[in-house]
Write a protein that binds this ligand. Structure first.
Ligand code: NAG
Ligand code: NAG
Length: 439
């Protein structure tokens, strides 16, 4: 680098340092009075408070360390300012200045760190009404730091369905608690897009991170709750699994959740998975006599966002088979089986009691699912059945007539050539094909 360039850089640095090294006073004060902040590795200018320009000042450190350990401090010696080049952590501490006429004495405490860097921000919605954004520093500045979070909604302007514009005024995204690294946008709109601005501010400046989010991409429900696994009496390969919506999911039925359920015998490693849409599911291929572990996760019904974490696991063991021949069962086995069953049930109960189940639930989703699937399709199926019956009887009649014709023809031909053996079969096959296809 050329020396002129270096010199210019230094001047800029000094100007910048002078700008930020104004002792902090007033409502925006960053720390106790008399503290000055500077950037590590840069030039820092300390001003002796209460001393008028042109007064000669002597400086020394409160801890007695030598001020002139390096030549770089000489620049400011004997003047109102003390200039520290390439300040490092050894320069931090309290400096005492005194005018050479002995009249004024002041002190400045220097704290060094880095300017703000753009914070890491991530947003998440555990329901479709509110979403929250949290942040963390991408570099520790070592200085007192504040965060200002705001958001704008993206709106489509006029009839032009082009690029969305941002709403004019940003709204504050207020922290849940003072000082929390998380804020909540209330009353968000599911189909809207938002631009989040989280600005890190410290005595050396400000740095903003902008993040565009849409509810549909950040939606991630909390895991379902109240998972229960119950045996079905007399069904040794079945387990009835039920669960509830997460407490955080709003009660209005506009947006439903769908679920995925995983289960495996406790000793096995691989999960089986089903995707029930309702709040319960019957596992039909459980391994008889083995305890099973089950877990469930949720996602927006229309596939917005991502799957929730897995719920807490619950255990259950299928009930033993009903024995048709009572006497053949040794009576000694019975109590132990019942015992394990009760143990299991109390275990399930205990797990359920740990997290109290919410009584109010978005029941609408349960209703269609608790009914057999065929209920919905009844009219359609009836039409299909009637139609296929009609076609079937028609084809049957036609086949009968054909068979009669063939039989007559065969009888007539009997005197002449022998009939082709595959002829009748292929005719019947061709005629029955449509029936098979329809059914
Ligand atoms: C982000 O927020 C900060 C603090 O409110 C503000 O000064 C800055 O202008 C905002 N940036 C943008 C691009 O909106
Ligand atoms: C969203 O925030 C509002 C407050 O603005 C609150 O009343 C509502 O319960 C919240 N919704 C959910 C699902 O937590």
């Amino acid at each position: 680098m050329s020396s002129s360039c270096f010199g210019l850089g230094r001047v800029l640095v000094i100007v910048a340092a002078a700008l930020v090294s104004v002792p902090s006073t007033g409502p925006e004060a960053w720390g106790p009075p008399g503290v000055q902040y500077g950037q590590l590795g840069e030039t820092v200018v300390l001003l002796c408070p209460g001393v008028t320009l042109g007064t000669l000042v002597s400086w020394h450190r409160a801890d007695g360390h030598a001020l002139l350990g390096t030549a770089r401090s000489e620049l400011g010696l004997g003047q109102r300012e003390l200039v520290l080049e390439q300040a490092d952590s050894k320069d931090e501490g309290t400096y005492i200045c005194q005018s050479q006429d002995g009249g004024t004495r002041g002190s400045v405490t220097l704290q060094l760190g880095y300017p703000p860097s753009r914070p890491m921000v991530s947003c998440r919605a555990s329901d479709y009404e509110n979403f929250s954004c949290s942040w963390s520093p991408s570099r520790v500045s070592g200085l007192p730091t504040r965060y200002i979070a705001s958001y704008r909604k993206k709106i489509i302007l006029g009839t032009e369905r082009g690029r969305p514009a941002l709403s004019a005024d940003p709204w504050p995204c207020l922290p849940e608690l003072p000082g929390a690294a998380r804020c909540v946008v209330h009353g968000s709109e599911f189909w809207s897009q938002y631009r989040i601005n989280v600005t890190e501010v410290n005595p050396l400046g400000a740095s903003a991170r902008l993040l565009d989010v849409s509810m549909q991409s950040i939606l991630r429900p909390d895991p379902p709750q109240g998972l229960r696994v119950e045996p079905i009496p007399g069904a040794p390969r079945r387990l009835l699994v039920s669960w509830a919506y997460p407490n955080s999911w709003p009660l209005q039925p506009h947006f439903l959740l769908k679920f995925r359920l995983q289960y495996r015998p406790v000793r096995h490693l691989t999960w089986s998975m089903v995707e029930p849409a309702g709040l319960e599911e019957v596992i039909t291929d459980a391994v008889a006599g083995l305890p099973h572990v089950v877990r469930v996760s949720a996602r927006d019904f229309l596939d917005a966002g991502t799957w929730s974490d897995w719920s807490e696991e619950a255990w259950g063991t299928p009930s033993p088979a009903l024995t048709a021949f009572g006497p053949s069962t040794r009576p000694s086995e019975r109590p132990s089986e019942t015992e394990t069953l009760t143990q299991m049930q109390t275990q399930v109960q205990a797990q359920t009691e740990m997290k109290p189940e919410r009584q109010v639930l978005p029941r609408p989703s349960l209703q269609p699912d608790s009914q057999p699937l065929t209920d919905h399709r009844d009219p359609l199926e009836q039409v299909a059945v009637v139609a296929s019956l009609g076609v079937f009887s028609f084809v049957g009649l036609a086949a009968g007539a054909l068979a009669l014709l063939l039989w007559l023809k065969l009888r007539a031909n009997r005197k002449g050539a022998a009939p082709k053996p595959g002829f009748l079969a292929s005719m019947v096959q061709v005629k029955t094909m449509p029936v098979a296809q329809i059914l």
